[in-house]
Design a protein around this ligand. Structure first.
Ligand code: UDP
Length: 245
């Protein structure tokens, strides 16, 4: 089992992309019904004041280090953190492997039409993939039993859920047992990127660890959320200082 690292009270797994993919494949074989989260700095910051989210993350089967901020924090606190495991890339790796293992995948979330476009893209990228259902992420509480039923009867092995943080984690936790899906992952903006609604940062920006800046620039409404990163860096610094004294 991978090592868990505490970052501001959230336990993140010290794990490579390859290890994460293999572990998730095992979870699909075991069919236990687990929740997986991809923790970037914004999510960890959110969990520092949202205890429900924090508890969900700390009870998750796997929390992968999504984002340069999470990797930096782990290393800054003196732990080994091999690499970044971005949620988008993790989802792609799992879909790439899906046809060979006959894994059934369900896309839940994003604006109407987006999951369908993402499905078409996945079918082009990963020939033979079985996307057994799609459902947009805009609903009221009264719609939830029907959505659960829709997912349950589609019998996916893997549920990708894109409702944004922390809604996706809370929704999955609430319905995990009745969904009867072996593996569920909150994947944020993954369908938006696959559908071409949103752009992923260019490679050079990802390499320069500036993806967060790109996302802030592309979505002015989330510019305020850019402050989460400096706040995160400050908190991790303070936390390290406390430990050393
Ligand atoms: N979304 C959704 N239902 C909601 C709120 C958001 O399906 O009630 C979708 C939204 O359309 C987008 C995805 O959730 O495709 C991720 O949203 P955002 O970028 O705000 O989230 P984060 O970056 O925090 O994961």
């Amino acid at each position: 089992m991978p090592k868990k690292i505490d970052i501001l009270g959230v336990t993140v797994d010290s794990i490579t992309m390859k290890e994460a993919v293999n572990q998730i494949e095992r979870y699909m074989d075991e069919r236990k019904g687990v929740l997986i989260a991809t923790a970037n700095a914004e999510m960890i910051m959110c969990a520092t004041h949202d205890h429900e989210l924090k508890d969900i993350l700390n009870g998750a089967a796997l929390v992968v280090p999504d984002g340069a901020g999470t990797v930096w924090a782990a290393r800054h606190l003196g732990h080994e953190m091999p690499e970044r495991v971005a949620g988008f890339d993790l989802a792609q790796q799992l879909m790439k492997k899906a046809p060979a293992h006959h894994r059934r995948v369900f896309f839940f979330g994003s604006a109407p039409g987006v999951a369908e476009k993402a499905k078409a893209k996945a079918e082009k990228l990963y020939p033979g993939i079985e996307i057994v259902g799609t459902r947009n992420g805009y609903f009221s509480e009264a719609d939830e039993p029907q959505i659960v039923e829709e997912i349950r009867t589609a019998k996916p092995d893997l549920l990708l859920c894109a409702l944004g943080v922390p809604k996706q984690e809370k929704w999955l936790k609430k319905h995990l047992v009745e969904l009867e899906v072996p593996v569920s992952i909150g994947v944020g903006g993954t369908f938006d990127v696959m559908a071409g609604v949103m752009k992923r940062a260019p490679r050079w920006m990802q390499k320069a660890k500036l993806e967060w800046l790109f996302r802030g620039m592309m979505q002015p409404k989330r510019a305020g959320r850019l402050m989460a990163l400096p706040k995160f860096v400050f908190k991790v610094h303070a936390c390290k200082h406390d430990h050393n004294h």
